[in-house]
Design a binder for this molecule. Structure first.
Ligand SMILES: Cc1cc2nc3c(=O)[nH]c(=O)nc-3n(C[C@H](O)[C@H](O)[C@H](O)COP(=O)(O)O)c2cc1C
Length: 287
């Protein structure tokens, strides 16, 4: 996509903020209060920082026309205390009620995820939101199936001597897989915990920072979920099953061609946490 960036010389006050903020060094100013120039425009990563800092709307950027630029009232931001309280209150809550999550809340959760930072501002992170009951059941069933197949392989007397040597830690999961299968056979849902929605976060196969991007998106989404009173937890077992399954059964079921990096089980809570608890002592090396 061809990008056009110009400076409105009439309104520009030559403050140089665009010069200091641009990660691609597109804006130049020989000395303070000199006119701002632009260079190698096509290396722009379209982060919009220049447009975001300009106090006089003088950066005319083809990717960010006026309709895409929104003033921030800094006084409306949550206080540090409010932000920390949200962070402390966000927990995994698997005590879901049967009530589905309202669509507008799901939309806000996905939008929060979409607004997370991405490497080089590539914005390749994409989302699949599953609310179809049959598809959710299939994801649970396939996850159990994939874990059962892995367990059978680990127990195979011919493979066991080799596997035990190359992946000893996998044997720690055997008991857990058995219990998971038993719970599933007894009608419980050890995988999605009866979540009514499942959000997958994925990126194209060639994405260099796909996993980092997706997990940052996850955390935005989980904080938004908490503030909306929606419960969530990280569906790690499904993610493990995705990695283990050479046949790609879950992505195929959902028509996902990307690599899935993170999954979030979502639902309305039966009840919410009334207390937050302290974590282990912080390990921080201040140098
Ligand atoms: C990478 C990752 C994988 C996880 N996988 C699962 C999972 O498969 N099932 C589950 O119930 N919780 C899962 N969790 C949730 C953790 O158990 C939970 O985050 C942890 O106990 C801390 O609790 P909190 O989220 O309430 O702070 C996972 C969390 C992370 C970060």
């Amino acid at each position: 996509m061809n990008i056009d960036i110009q400076i409105d010389k009439v309104t520009c006050i030559k403050c140089g903020k665009c010069v200091r903020i641009c990660p691609a060094n597109i804006f130049i100013q020989s000395s303070p209060k000199d006119e701002i120039g632009v260079q190698h425009i096509q290396t722009c990563i379209k982060c919009g920082h220049c447009v975001g800092v300009c106090p006089t709307f003088s950066v005319l950027h083809s990717v960010f026309p006026a309709a895409k630029v929104h003033p921030i009232n800094l006084e409306e931001l949550p206080t540090p205390e409010q932000t920390m309280l949200l962070i402390k209150s966000r927990r995994s809550n698997r005590a879901f009620s049967k009530r589905p999550v309202p669509a507008d809340k799901l939309d806000l959760i996905v939008e929060a995820a979409h607004r997370a930072p991405t490497a080089s501002n590539m914005q390749q992170t994409a989302f699949t939101l599953v609310t179809d009951v049959e598809k959710l059941q299939s994801v649970i069933g396939l996850t159990i199936e994939i874990f059962s197949e892995a367990a059978n392989k680990l127990k195979n007397p011919f493979l066991k001597p080799v596997l035990k040597r190359i992946m000893p830690q996998a044997y720690n999961y055997l008991g857990y897989i058995e219990r998971m299968k038993e719970a599933y056979s007894a009608g419980m849902d050890p995988i999605l915990r009866k979540a009514t929605s499942l959000l997958f976060i994925h990126t194209p196969k060639d994405s260099r920072f796909g996993s980092a991007d997706a997990n940052l998106a996850y955390q935005n989404a989980s904080l938004m979920a908490e503030s909306l009173g929606v419960s969530q937890f990280y569906t790690g077992f499904v993610c493990m099953a995705l990695k283990m399954d050479k046949k790609n059964r879950i992505p195929k079921l959902l028509g996902i061609k990307d690599v899935i990096h993170a999954g979030m089980g979502l639902g309305m809570p039966s009840f919410r946490f009334e207390n937050y608890i302290d974590k282990k002592d912080i390990k921080v090396n201040k140098i």
